[in-house]
Structure formats: structure tokens, C-alpha cells
Design a protein around this ligand. Sequence first.
Ligand SMILES: [Zn+2]
Length: 441
Amino acid sequence: MTDTWLLKNVLFVSQGQASREDVYVTKDGLSFLGEDGLAVGIGVTPFGEGGILFPDSGASRQVNEMDAGGWMLCPSLSDMHVHFRQPGYEYKETIASGSAAAARAGYGLVAAMPNLNPVPDSPETLAIEQAIIDRDAVISVLPYAAITLGRKGLEFVDMLALRESCVAFSDDGSGVQSDEMMEKAMRMAAFCDCVIAAHCEDNRLLNGGYIHDGEYARTHGHKGICSESEWGQIARDLELAAKTGCRYHVCHISCKESVEIIRQAKKSGVKVTCETGPHYLLLSDKDLQEDGRFKMNPPIRSEADREALLSGLVDGTIDIIATDHAPHSAEEKSRGLAGSAMGIVGLETAFPLLYTHLVEGGILSLERLVEVMAEAPRRIFGLGSALDEGSYALFDLETPYAIDSTAFVSKGKATPFDGWTVKGNCLLNVHKNKIVYGTLE
Ligand SMILES: [Zn+2]
């Protein structure tokens, strides 16, 4: 039986570097072929100290050599913003189905948002979610705890009691409306050295809107969500973050003003990071169709917003890509733009879409894409290195294929990218030295 593969000439991307390597993949980890023909550094980078060649090297090992010139090997991907819907909404997604979808796509770590039932807002309710994760997750699934009890924005959770059991705090799904509440939350988070991951949305400015307040909404008679509902609250929070010293992360930014105020805040030394999603980088309201697959919150905005997000990603204002993977049932997404639930799935399309359109499109380097999709999320949230824990993924960068939502592992199928032709399919995903998706057989 083959238990060792030699990937000849694979493109290895890690820590801002890309190099062609010959890499052994064994059940014990990765090792890289050094210039002397000996493997070095199991489970570490090829630039590391010499390691062990085949720890259990014995007579019967068969090496299966493969031409990997069209493939990329990198640390497994990380997504700090997914909705796995369990406990409470298992008909949309479960920890098992969501983590399997993530594994299919090359992710080794995701962070699950707390808009669940029960909301993880106490050690007891968080333990319910954690027990399901321990039982069903095939990769690392880290729960967020809520900022306020029931995500209602009225009373605080006990951050000190929760901080060891959650990745960070978020009321995702809604903004924290009260300035005073947010300031107190940030003071407590700063004291606990925890991250606040904020969904920024000022309810006073929503007026029943459900797509971007722009050209498409005006010409098609839809109610719009203005950009200020997002950036207004970010501006408030940036002041509070500066005042409190809180580690503040902004979820899913979608508009040009958000990019600019975060850029300026970073220049002035505020401890702020932020994320955007593939759909904001690749679509604008020119692409909208009368279909629930194009509806999410925040909404896909204008072409100028899209361009500003791309600039922010290139210049480092935007730190990470998060999918905001938000599955719903087919029925919930079947009621057009006005009536459908907010949210699209994203895990199984994110890397191929961004590789194809940003890297092959000449906008972003592959090293930077790996940084924002794999390495920076772990660094910002203090989660260690994927390669050090034996988590890595192999992607085919050469073979085009069409996105087919009916083949998604996720229970959710609603994506605006159905039918798009992309490259960057995940071939193999190894999590903590165990294959969780694919095979090289
Ligand atoms: Zn959100």
C-alpha cells in the first residue's frame, strides 16, 4: 500500500514566500527534499532545521511520485466568520455538514458565529455548542460567544467566565446599538485581552432596506440599505477602540467609506483589523438579479465600493477574507430579493473564486491570497500556525471547472456564483496530520 507521496515540483506558499519544492506527504506529516536529496523538516517549512526522514522508515515503504507542477501546497485555510446554525437551526446547516463543507474547500479552522438557539452567552450554553463540535466537527471549529445576553444588546455576558472557551466575542447578525454598551464591552474586552468582532449596523438607518441603496434599488423599486448604516457605526467603534485600547475586528466590510476610515484609524495607531468577503470583491449591484441568491447583509454594493475594497485588500487595510458562510433552506432563499432570508454560502467557492479572479486576474499575489485566507486570521486571533499543527491543503491551480451548487457539501446551496468557471479546486486537505478531504491515490 502506498503510504508516501512525493509531490514533484509543487508550488509551496507560506509566509509571503512561494517556492518550487519536492515534498513528501506521509501520514506523519510533510517533509521537504533538501538539496542533498534528503528530506528535511517534517511538518515545518523547508527553511527550517533538519528533521527526521521517515520516522518509521522501514523496508516496505512505497513512494508514489507525482508530477505536482500545477498544484499549490499551503497552510490550510482559516475563516473567522461562518454560520453553522447548530444548535437551533439544524435544517439550514449542522456542525457536521458545515465542517465537512469547510474541509472539502481546504479549511482547517473556522470560527462559528453565535446567532444560535440557545445563544452561546454563558458557560452553560457555550458548552452545549462545544459538545456538538467535539462530537461532529472534522476540522477545528471555534465558537464565538455573544457580547450581550441573547444578542439583545441590553445586558453583558460574563466575559471573564467565557474568554477561555471562545475565540472572541460578537453579536453578529446585529450591531450593538447603544454607544454606552459598546464602550463598556470594549473596556471589558481590553481588560480580558479578548477580541471584539463587530457586525456594524445602525438600525436607525435601515428603513426596511434589504439590498444596497443604489442604482439597482432605485431602478427596480427595491428598498435600499445605505452605506452609512455600516460605516457610521464603524466610525463610532473606532473612536471607542482608540479610547479603550480594545482589540477590535470589523466583520464583513462592504463599502468604500468603511475602507477609508479603517485605513486612517490604522495610521493613527488604533488596534483595528477587518475582513471582507469574496462576494463584495467580485460583484457589484450591476450584477444583481431578482433572486435570493444575491441577497446578504451587508448587501453587495456599488462598483466604486467594490474597487475600494480591492484597493484595501491590496494595501493591507483589509486584513483577512472571511466568507460569512450563511446557509439557509431552499425555501427561505426562494422568495426573491425582497422576501428571501439574508445570507449566501461561501466556503466551497471562496478560494477558487479569488484565485481565479484576483490572482490570475493580476490584482493580488498568490502569497497575499494565502496570507489573507490562511495565515493572517490565525495571527490576529492568536491561534498558532497551521503548518506547525500539521494542517495543510493542496489545490489544483490548472484545471478549470464550473461551480455547481448542487454538488456542495454544505446544506445551503444559495450562491450568486453558480455556473462560474474557476480554477483552484482543493485536492487534499490534511488536518493535524489526518486526511479530512481527498486522496492522492
Ligand atoms: Zn454579520
